[in-house]
Design a protein. Structure first.
Length: 361
C-alpha cells in the first residue's frame, strides 16, 4: 500500500513551494523506503524551484538527508529495516564505462528508484537529485542509502549527503590538497567552508578564505581558515599573492561559480597550480580567458562533481571524523526548521543569513 506523507513540492517555476500530501510506493526490487529524520535546505533545491535545473515540474524537493530505513525491496542486500543512513544523489551502477575503468565516482548511469512518487491525483513527481527528502518518507535506490554510525545526530549527518561532501571532496579529492599546500577558497557558504575544512584536515599550511561578507569570513575561521580576504574592497588576487610570498596559491577553489570568481581563481593560482570549480554556474554564463595564459600558467583547471566522492567509502569516513571532533558538522547548522518553513529558509539563503537551515521531522 502506498504511504501518504507530507512533503514539500515545487509545483510551478518560481512559485512558492507548498506543503502537500503525496503518495510514496512500497519499495520494489532494488529500492528502499526511508523515514527521513532531517534534511538540509541546499541552493540546489532553490535552483530546482526556480527552474534553473530543468522544467520537469512538479518537483519533490530535498536531498541532504539522514534517516532510518523502514522497508527494503526484493533483492536488496546489505541493508535492513532500522539501519541509519545518509542519502547520496550518486549511486554508482558498476556497469558503465567509468565504473568499469575503476572510476565509480564519475559513474555515468547513477541509480535512482525506478518507481515515481506521486501527488494524490496520480501526477508524477520529479524527485530533486533522485531523492526528494523534504518528506516524512522517501523512496530511493538501495545504492543511495549509505549506512553510517547512528551516534551522529541527523541534523548534522544529512549535510554530508550534498554540500559538505561537495566542498570537502573538491579540496581533498579533486584538488588533491596535501601537507604543506597553500589553498584559497572563494565563497564561504556551506560548500566553501566544507572545502576549507577539507583543506585544513588534509594538512594545508595556509587556507585563505575569500568572500564579500565579513560575517562569513569570521565564520570561515571556525572551519580552519588561517587568513581572510574581503574582496568587496580589496583585489583578492593581489591579496592572495601577498599572503603566499607573491606566488599565488597551490590550489584555488571557486565555490561561487560565476565568471568573475572563476577569473579571479585562475589568476590567484601559483604557476602550475590547480583551479577547482565546485560552485554551480547558471546555464547562460560564459568565461573568456586569453589562450596564451591558459598555456603559459600551466597547471590544471578542474570541475568537481559531488566532490569526486564515492559515498559508500567517504560518508562513513566523514561521520567518523565528525564524531571524533575533527570535522565540525554542527557548525554548518544555523537553524532547525519544520517542513512548512522551507520557503522562508530560501529567503534567508538568498540574503546570506544562514549556512544551512535544516528541516527536522
Amino acid at each position: 500500500m502506498p504511504h501518504e506523507v507530507h512533503a514539500v513540492v515545487a509545483a510551478k517555476q518560481g512559485a512558492p513551494v507548498e506543503l502537500q500530501t503525496i503518495l510514496v510506493p512500497d519499495p520494489g526490487p532494488g529500492e528502499v523506503l526511508v523515514a527521513v529524520q532531517a534534511c538540509g535546505v541546499c541552493h540546489t533545491d532553490l535552483h530546482y524551484r526556480d527552474g534553473a535545473i530543468n522544467d520537469a515540474f512538479p518537483f519533490l524537493l530535498g536531498h541532504e538527508a539522514a534517516g532510518v530505513i523502514e522497508e527494503v525491496g526484493p533483492g536488496v542486500t546489505g541493508l535492513a529495516p532500522g539501519d541509519y543512513v545518509v542519502l547520496a544523489w550518486r549511486a554508482p551502477c558498476g556497469n558503465c564505462r567509468s565504473c568499469r575503468r575503476g572510476r565509480p565516482w564519475y559513474c555515468f548511469d547513477s541509480r535512482n528508484a525506478a518507481q515515481r512518487m506521486t501527488m494524490l491525483d496520480g501526477t508524477e513527481l520529479t524527485a530533486a537529485l533522485g531523492i526528494g527528502a523534504f518528506a516524512e518518507k522517501t523512496l530511493v535506490a538501495a545504492g543511495q542509502a549509505v549506512k553510517v554510525d547512528p551516534n551522529a545526530r541527523p541534523e548534522a549527518a544529512g549535510l554530508i549527503g550534498c554540500g559538505v561532501m561537495a566542498g570537502y571532496g573538491a579540496a581533498v579529492h579533486t584538488g588533491g590538497v596535501g601537507s604543506g599546500d597553500t589553498v584559497a577558497v572563494i565563497g564561504c557558504g556551506g560548500v566553501g567552508n566544507a572545502a576549507i575544512a577539507g583543506a585544513s584536515i588534509a594538512g594545508a599550511r595556509r587556507v585563505i578564505a575569500v568572500d564579500i561578507d565579513d560575517r562569513k569570513l569570521d565564520g570561515a575561521t571556525r572551519f580552519g581558515a588561517t587568513d581572510t580576504v574581503n574582496s568587496r574592497g580589496t583585489d583578492p588576487v593581489e591579496a592572495v599573492r601577498a599572503l603566499t610570498g607573491g606566488h599565488g596559491a597551490d590550489v584555488v577553489i571557486d565555490a561561487v561559480g560565476r565568471p568573475e570568481t572563476y577569473r579571479q581563481a585562475f589568476s590567484m593560482r601559483d604557476l602550475a597550480g590547480t583551479l577547482v570549480q565546485v560552485g554551480v554556474p547558471e546555464p547562460d554564463m560564459r568565461i573568456d580567458l586569453p589562450l596564451i595564459d591558459l598555456f603559459s600558467r600551466g597547471g590544471a583547471l578542474k570541475s568537481s562533481w559531488y566532490g569526486d566522492c564515492l559515498p559508500s567509502r567517504d560518508f562513513p569516513v566523514l561521520i567518523d571524523r565528525y564524531l571524533s571532533g575533527r570535522l565540525d558538522l554542527d557548525g554548518f547548522v544555523t537553524e532547525t526548521i519544520a517542513l512548512d518553513e522551507v520557503e522562508s529558509a530560501f529567503d534567508k539563503m538568498r540574503d546570506g543569513r544562514v549556512l544551512r537551515s535544516v528541516v527536522v521531522l
